[in-house]
Design a protein around this ligand. Structure first.
Ligand code: SF4
Ligand code: FES
Length: 284
């Protein structure tokens, strides 16, 4: 475990890259001297202490999982992703995590932050009560390196519900959707495939074949869309009614609680259960 040095932003004409290179060339003693000097200048930039999970199966010395400490500047508005990027750029370039859009759109930076699934880019340090801020990879997924988990199984489950429109599209006719129907499926379309819900689900953790909340929500998105044919809807219901489908859900609401897009996942799963019951009713 290593404790990284704190650093203050200084007024300078050098570009951030030049400053970074200069700092990296300093010896440990010089860094300590610089830190003391910066602290004595009265810099009051708030700082955050991160405890970050580290693991690298390809490097013998790093095969044993551990936590590294990073102290980074955290002025108002700093997100956990910002803090991780700072730690990687300034202190340890081997620190590995996924990110892309930085605005809760791509879904690539779902992490386990202070014991809860959240997007790093959507979580501001100042909103977190617990210090140090503990950052771990998503639970119930295989860790590839540091904060990066293998998402393959999650994508397979999404794929299993055939998440796309199917059926005949009339050549010259627009397929119109009513305002009411659009409203009904609106929230379900917001999924960004981050995997936070799947990671939070106890059932998914114990049953690797359970479709999981994100996939069922995706099935809901199409099954409830009035533009899809009845026979395709029936096909989707058959997928959802199988042994590891909707009936596995025990209504624990953990998925709904962690979804960064506020999708009412449990409600959607319950609705698909009701559809499944209707689907199996027989009238003699
Ligand atoms: S349903 Fe929500 S938590 Fe689950 S993958 Fe989609 S956006 Fe992420
Ligand atoms: S970086 Fe894209 S969702 Fe956070």
């Amino acid at each position: 475990m290593s404790t990284q040095l704190q650093r203050s932003e200084q007024e300078t004409d050098e570009s951030p890259q030049e400053q970074r290179l200069e700092r990296k060339s300093l010896t440990e003693g010089e860094r300590e001297a610089q830190r003391t000097e910066e602290e004595s200048t009265g810099d009051e930039t708030p700082r955050a202490h991160l405890k970050v999970f580290r693991y690298d199966p390809e490097v013998e010395a790093k095969r044993e999982p551990r936590f590294d400490d990073f102290h980074v500047p955290a002025p108002q508005g700093t997100t956990v992703l910002d803090a991780l990027m700072y730690a990687r750029d300034e202190f340890d370039s081997t620190l590995t995590f996924r990110h892309s859009c930085r605005q809760a759109v791509c879904g690539s930076d779902a992490l386990f932050i202070n014991g809860s699934q959240r997007l790093g880019c959507q979580t501001q340090i100042q909103d977190l009560d617990q210090r140090p801020v503990r950052v771990e990879p998503l639970p119930h997924q295989e860790v590839e390196k540091d904060l990066v988990v293998d998402m393959e199984h999650f994508y397979d489950q999404m794929e299993a519900v055939e998440p796309y429109f199917q059926g005949e599209t009339p050549d010259e006719e627009e397929q119109l959707q009513s305002r009411e129907n659009r409203e009904k499926v609106k929230m379900s379309t917001r999924c960004i495939w981050c995997g936070a819900c799947q990671s939070s689900c106890n059932i998914a953790a114990g049953d690797n074949e359970y479709l999981g909340p994100a996939a069922i929500n995706k099935a809901y998105r199409f099954a409830m869309d009035e533009r899809e044919d009845d026979d395709i809807k029936q096909h989707r219901m058959n997928i959802l009614e199988q042994e590891h489908g909707v009936w596995r859900c025990q209504t624990q609401f953990s998925c709904t609680e962690v979804c960064p897009k506020d999708i009412p996942l449990t409600e959607h799963i319950q609705e698909m259960k009701r559809e499944a019951v209707k689907d199996n009713l027989k009238f003699w």
